[in-house]
Design a protein around this ligand. Structure first.
Ligand code: ASP
Length: 361
C-alpha cells in the first residue's frame, strides 16, 4: 500500500525507528511478565502495537511483521489471524461461541490510517479469517461494509474456503446454554429418570463477550487498526455488534492515533466511543484519559434500569485501547481494578495496566 507522505514528526519517527530496530530485533525481545503502567512503556520512536489482553501472541506477531518494514495494516491483520484460527479463544473466529441457533457468525473491521479507508464484514459465516475479508473490502471494493450472505460470497470470490467454525467445545457450551435457558421449553439438561424437578434449578448461563482489537504504528509512522470477533455469545441471529462498525469498534486517524474496543457492543454503538477517543486525543488527552472519557460518556448515557446496579452505575463492562501518533498507549474500562491490555515495541511485549471508572466488586 502507498505510504502516507511524511511530515517532519513522522520523518523523525522513521529515522529513530530504524536505529532501534538494529538495537533490538523482536527475536531477542523479551516478553515481560507482570503488568507495567502505560507511562513506563511510553516510547517516542519505533513501531508500537497494542491489543486486548487476549492478544499477547498477536502483538508479538504484529511486531515481527512491522520490523520487516511492512505496513501497519498488514501487521495487525497478521497478528489477529493467530487468534482467529485459535480454537481455544471462544470469542474470535474459529472456536468462537455461536449465536442462539448454534451458528458462528463473525464480525470484523479494519482501518488504514494513511489512506483513511475502512472495510468491514458483519454476520459472516464459515469464513475463518473475517479480518482478511474486511481488508479485501477496503482494498477491492468501493464499499465499506458487507454483511451476511453477500460478505460470504465476496469471500468465496476471493478464494476463501467455507469451513465449519463450530468446535466441539463451543457446541457443548451452546447446548448447555440452550438446555438451561428456560424451564418451560422441551430441551432438558442432563438428569436422572426419577428427577421430578428438572429445570427447577434453572441456572443463569454466563453470556460471555470477547473480541480482539489490535492497532499499530509502523516504521514509517503510519497507523492502522483491526477488530475481529464472534460477538456476544448466543446472540439473536443477525445481531451486529460494535466491532465491524467504524467509529464504534475501532477508529484510526493517521495524524492522531487509534482506538478500539471490547465488551458490551450495544453501549459502544450508542456512543461511537472509538471515534470519541480519537477526537479526545486530537484535543490533547493522553490515550488513557481519552479511554476514561469514553467510559464516563457511556456511564452518563446508560439509562435503562436493567443495565444499572443499585448505585446507578452500568452493570456491564466495556474496555477501550488506544495509542497516539507519538507512540503512547493507554486503556480503560468501565468496571475494573485488575485488568491489562497487551502491547509491544522494539524492547519486547508487555501487559499494561488499564484504568477504570468503577472498581469491580
Ligand atoms: N464487542 C463485541 C460485541 O458486542 C463483543 C466483545 O467484545 O466482547 O459484539
Amino acid at each position: 500500500m502507498a505510504k502516507h507522505p511524511t511530515n517532519s514528526r513522522r520523518q523523525f519517527l522513521k529515522t529513530t525507528a530504524a536505529a532501534s530496530v538494529g538495537a533490538a530485533t523482536l527475536g531477542s525481545a523479551p516478553r515481560v511478565v507482570g503488568a507495567r503502567t502505560p507511562a513506563s512503556i511510553k516510547r517516542a520512536n519505533g513501531p508500537v502495537v497494542i491489543s486486548s489482553r487476549n492478544g499477547m501472541n498477536a502483538v508479538e506477531r504484529a511486531m515481527e511483521v512491522l520490523q520487516s518494514g511492512a505496513d501497519a495494516l498488514d501487521a495487525v491483520v497478521a497478528g489477529v489471524n493467530l487468534v482467529e484460527e485459535d480454537p481455544n479463544d471462544t470469542s474470535v473466529g474459529y472456536g468462537g461461541l455461536p449465536n442462539a441457533d448454534g451458528v458462528v457468525q463473525l464480525d470484523a473491521a479494519v482501518m488504514h490510517g494513511p489512506t483513511a479507508r475502512a472495510g468491514s464484514v458483519a454476520c459472516i459465516e464459515q469464513i475463518k479469517y473475517p479480518s482478511k475479508v474486511a481488508k479485501l473490502v477496503l482494498e477491492r471494493t468501493d464499499h465499506v461494509n458487507l454483511v451476511g450472505k453477500g460478505a460470504q460470497e465476496f469471500a468465496i470470490m476471493h478464494g476463501f474456503p467455507l469451513e465449519n467454525l463450530l468446535t466441539e467445545r463451543a457446541r457443548e457450551r451452546w447446548v448447555r446454554w440452550r438446555e438451561n435457558l428456560s424451564n418451560r421449553d422441551d430441551y432438558l439438561p442432563p438428569h436422572e429418570a426419577d428427577d421430578d424437578s428438572i429445570g427447577a434449578d434453572y441456572i443463569e448461563q454466563q453470556r460471555t463477550w470477547g473480541t480482539i482489537h489490535c492497532s499499530a504504528i509502523d516504521l514509517s509512522g503510519n497507523i492502522s487498526s483491526v477488530t475481529t470477533t464472534s460477538g456476544l455469545a448466543f446472540k439473536i441471529p443477525g445481531r451486529v455488534g460494535d466491532s465491524p462498525i467504524i467509529g464504534a469498534g475501532l477508529y484510526c486517524d493517521n495524524e492522531v492515533g487509534a482506538a478500539g474496543s471490547t465488551g458490551r457492543g450495544e453501549a459502544n454503538l450508542e456512543n461511537c466511543a472509538s471515534f470519541l477517543i480519537v477526537e479526545r486525543m486530537r484535543a490533547g488527552d493522553s490515550p488513557e484519559q481519552a479511554c476514561l472519557f469514553a467510559c464516563e460518556r457511556i456511564a452518563d448515557h446508560t439509562r435503562k434500569a436493567y443495565l444499572l446496579n443499585d448505585k446507578g452505575e452500568p452493570d456491564f463492562n466495556v474496555k477501550f485501547y488506544a495509542l497516539n501518533a507519538a507512540g503512547e498507549v493507554g486503556g480503560a474500562e468501565i468496571r475494573g481494578g485488575n485488568s491489562q491490555f497487551a502491547a509491544a515495541n522494539a524492547d519486547g511485549s508487555f501487559l499494561v495496566d488499564m484504568a477504570y471508572l468503577y472498581k469491580r466488586d
